[in-house]
Design a protein around this ligand. Structure first.
Ligand SMILES: O=c1ccn([C@@H]2O[C@H](COP(=O)(O)OP(=O)(O)O[C@H]3OC[C@@H](O)[C@H](O)[C@H]3O)[C@@H](O)[C@H]2O)c(=O)[nH]1
Length: 349
């Protein structure tokens, strides 16, 4: 080591010169007699003792192991048809073509879900999923194999509506108010969260319109951020006191902006506006379902809507209370028909 330092320093360095002169630190063999002395030291080290040859052999062995370990469908000859057809043959390009088209007799193995395993379900968020309609939707989504997250503040929703899913690894419930933002990773968002019966939404009108506006804004923002498909559950009440019967989708309604039902009517109208603005402005894939009067199991006895009121009164053998002149009309639907429309019509699943 000392000799190397002495040599590179050369005679220009007085201290090196001194060391060289003393002779005790100099190499016994003159540096000029070394083979490949003109190479830098690192290259000389690599070249010594046939190291390049060993490195080359090592690379060949590694390449051979890599080829043998590749999936049988690709390693045992599937590459040949692609290269012969002029395609670039490689691990990635093999997934972008249909091997059966090239070689119908051979089964393509790599990249396929093994037989017996079901296709992975969607990740779905249902806001208001513990409510009357929401819980039926959750049942349907879980049954078709989706992973469902319910977000509900349990104002009108009830834990009992979804308790039968507790323990299912594909089900999760978060007690949360959509008025506050939340970040989740899902493929689809069904936004149902809002009290829907007049007695409930009139109980705290400011909270009702906040839920419809701020809550919907939060969920649309989430959908935009994660690229999820979005379904807004709106209401027949966006038509207000309609002057047209039955109401067609193109009818704009006859709504009182300052009435006692306005927190819900106008709240849902704003929610629809936001949904369409996100669709037009952010290219979000959206659906809007204007739900008419729905009835069925899990409806609260004190829900306040006409069907539950009439049934409860009939059970108690009380006279039915008819508001107004009784000439008003409604379109009624059973809850399973509604849920069917969400999954079949609106989301195409
Ligand atoms: O005990 C009752 C209850 C209600 N009614 C009348 O029955 C009609 C239906 O009223 P409901 O309270 O059931 O509810 P509405 O049809 O007005 O709206 C309801 O259904 C549609 C949903 O989108 C709304 O969210 C929900 O409020 C109204 O004309 C109401 O005045 C009665 O005559 N007696």
């Amino acid at each position: 080591m000392a000799s190397e330092l002495t040599y590179r320093g050369g005679a220009a360095s007085p201290s090196a010169g001194a060391a060289g002169a003393a002779g005790e630190y100099s190499s016994p063999k003159p540096a000029s007699s070394k083979p490949l002395a003109w190479l830098p030291r690192a290259a000389r080290y690599a070249a010594a003792e046939h190291r390049p040859l060993f490195a080359l052999v090592g690379m060949l062995v590694a390449a051979a192991i890599f080829c043998l370990a590749a999936p049988s469908g690709s390693g045992s000859g599937t590459a040949a048809p692609y290269s012969s057809s002029g395609r670039v043959s490689g691990a990635l390009t093999r997934f972008s073509v249909d091997p059966a088209a090239h070689n119908p007799g051979r089964q393509f193995v790599a990249g396929k879900v093994p037989l017996g395993l079901k296709r992975k379900g969607l990740r779905v968020l249902v806001t208001g999923g513990a409510g009357f309609v929401g819980s039926h939707l959750v049942d349907r989504l879980v049954a078709r194999g989706d992973s469902v997250i319910v977000v509900d503040n349990l104002f009108t929703g009830r834990k009992e509506n979804v308790m039968h899913h507790f323990g299912n690894p594909n089900f999760e419930m978060i007690r949360h108010d959509v008025v506050e933002p939340i970040l989740l990773e899902v493929d689809q968002i069904y936004h149902l969260a809002c009290p829907a019966s007049p007695v409930h939404y009139k109980y705290n009108p400011v909270k009702t319109i906040k839920t419809n506006v701020v809550g919907t804004l939060n969920m649309l923002g989430l959908a935009k951020r994660i690229g999820a498909r979005f379904l807004l559950t709106s209401t027949s009440e966006v038509y207000g006191d309609p002057l047209q019967h039955p109401q067609v989708e193109t009818y704009w309604g006859n709504v009182n902006p300052i009435g006692v039902r306005s927190c819900y009517d106008e709240g849902k109208r704003t929610a629809e506006t936001l949904t369409m603005d996100y669709h037009r402005g952010a290219n979000l894939e959206v659906r809007i379902a204007r739900i008419f009067n729905t009835y069925g199991p899990r409806m609260c006895i004190d829900d306040g809507r006409v069907v539950s009121n009439f049934v409860a009164q009939a059970l108690r053998k009380e006279p039915l209370t008819v508001y107004g002149d009784g000439k008003q009309t409604r379109s009624f639907q059973y809850v399973s028909d509604l849920v069917e429309s969400f999954t079949a019509k609106y989301l195409g699943c």
